[in-house]
Design a protein around this ligand. Sequence first.
Ligand SMILES: *[C@@H]1O[C@H](CO)[C@@H](O)[C@H](O)[C@H]1NC(C)=O
Ligand SMILES: *[C@@H]1O[C@H](CO)[C@@H](O)[C@H](O)[C@H]1NC(C)=O
Ligand SMILES: *[C@@H]1O[C@H](CO)[C@@H](O)[C@H](O)[C@H]1NC(C)=O
Ligand SMILES: *[C@@H]1O[C@H](CO)[C@@H](O)[C@H](O)[C@H]1NC(C)=O
Ligand SMILES: *[C@@H]1O[C@H](CO)[C@@H](O)[C@H](O)[C@H]1NC(C)=O
Ligand SMILES: *[C@@H]1O[C@H](CO)[C@@H](O)[C@H](O)[C@H]1NC(C)=O
Length: 530
Amino acid sequence: MLLVTLACLLCSVQQSSGQFPRACASAESLRQKECCPLWPGDGSPCGQRSGRGSCQDVVLSRAPLGPQFPFTGVDDREDWPSVFYNRTCRCVDGFMGFHCGDCKFGLRGANCTAQRLLVRRSIFELTGAEKDRFLAYLVLAKRSTSRDYVIATGTYAQMGNGSSPMFRDISVYDLFVWMHYYVSRDTLLGGADVWRDIDFAHEAPGFLPWHRFFLLLWEQEIQKLTGDENFTIPYWDWRDAEVCDICTDEYMGGRHPTNSNLLSPASFFASWQVICSQSEEYNSRRTLCDASAEGPLLRNPGNHDRARTPRLPSSADVESCLSLTQYEADPMDKSANFSFRNTLEGFANPLTAIADSSQSSLHNALHIFMNGSMSQVQGSANDPIFILHHAFVDSIFEQWLRRHGPLQEVYPAANAPIGHNRESYMVPFIPVYRNGEFFIPSRDLGYDYAYLIEPAPASFQDLIRPFLEQARQIWLWLIGAAAVGGVVASAIVGLGALLCRPKRKEFSEERQPLLMEKEDFTGATYQTNL
Ligand SMILES: *[C@@H]1O[C@H](CO)[C@@H](O)[C@H](O)[C@H]1NC(C)=O
Ligand SMILES: *[C@@H]1O[C@H](CO)[C@@H](O)[C@H](O)[C@H]1NC(C)=O
Ligand SMILES: *[C@@H]1O[C@H](CO)[C@@H](O)[C@H](O)[C@H]1NC(C)=O
Ligand SMILES: *[C@@H]1O[C@H](CO)[C@@H](O)[C@H](O)[C@H]1NC(C)=O
Ligand SMILES: *[C@@H]1O[C@H](CO)[C@@H](O)[C@H](O)[C@H]1NC(C)=O
Ligand SMILES: *[C@@H]1O[C@H](CO)[C@@H](O)[C@H](O)[C@H]1NC(C)=O
């Protein structure tokens, strides 16, 4: 059954989004510094002929940076994406994507004009079939080569300043692992010198918007790969958890019976190979991660250093963090006090909001707790728990946005660490998106979290009132009918049954190929080499 599911998924539309568009990974494109691919819908660059967008110069922000990175002109990610490209597609209206072929988050339809709202739910609230489908999507993404994107396997200088391109294919899942590595990797300064105190997505204000965008792209990617346009990332609510309750074979993989650092052979993820996990080796070889397989996923939940992270975060920790009124505070890095971002990221004590380098709290606590692939920043996205964890972190960010209703100006415009100013373009995405664009409510990006949707009793009653009204009328009518004679009532019931039956059948046929029965799924876990 799983084979059938995957086969069905494989033959559906395959398209991807993320890092270097394949169409721009040529010496010609790099020489011209232009990444404005043709939109297949009309064969014009950026879908210009159809009014989707046009090829435009990339205008860089000149706002001053913080003092944390004391170099210029040494890292390809500085002034992203100008080392590689100075012209990219700028899409208009509801369009987005490297050739303006996609709809902006929250829009759909041929012309990207219809609004939609998708709801991310707790992984424990998914039905068995929905949960199995999610796992099947992960497996599919790990095995499907990205059609539209490739990764860079060398620096711009190693590519002879673009004259000898170094790019390679990557799977849809690993594309995102690589992007997370690339954004957080160290700077190779030449010779044996390496600068480690740099990160374009962590330890500074961009942490929350960057991961928000990353998850939205990931979600969009899975939607395109599987044709399941309503797919949403499930989240893991880890508040007050005492153990990793998603670390079972039914969910994200249990523990191996004899080697506690590995996953149980009954989990799909036991056969996964990690990439980009050997940062010190890349540094000593002065290369980038080239996405070669580096061994199995490692995870040993709870075996971490308990002096650093005594327990998983509590509801009180989250609540205390949410009460912080400042999004960011000087010096806008991991030493910031009273910064909501720094506290949620986990570099400050959640109860006092004072930075504490001896502890890993909130977001960081989960990474440390997993004691394996999740625990090193650069390779952490190898573990699919990363996605569930970051969805929950994003939901806390969303709660803060709702509670404090910040203006765009609350996000720092200047003097943040490199890559983190409001108008900085987020590394390593093409085309370009600014940090500030994702410092907005999730509903404006077309999604919400099930647990944040007000269960207001009044609105629930509003919702069911029409049904109650209908039921009341039917009752009155039935009582009336009963008075006339039971014959009429039973005829209605019979007719109702007849009308319902074909409908239910149609529903189950339609859904069957995507659903997996529990027992089929369990049987298939032992043959994951599909
Ligand atoms: C973009 O780069 C190309 C190639 O180096 C150069 O000729 C062109 O002047 C640049 N354009 C801008 C706007 O910087
Ligand atoms: C999309 O726009 C085109 C051109 O304006 C129009 O012909 C077409 O009917 C629109 N399609 C939809 C589904 O709105
Ligand atoms: C690449 O550009 C740098 C800086 O402009 C220059 O020093 C270097 O010689 C160039 N390398 C090649 C292979 O063209
Ligand atoms: C997605 O949801 C919309 C709105 O509920 C529905 O009309 C559409 O059929 C759904 N698509 C799929 C593929 O289930
Ligand atoms: C696991 O935790 C131990 C301390 O309990 C630590 O020494 C080790 O580095 C951790 N491993 C990983 C991969 O985080
Ligand atoms: C944060 O607060 C601590 C304790 O008051 C203080 O020692 C430290 O200097 C402060 N850090 C910053 C960056 O202000």
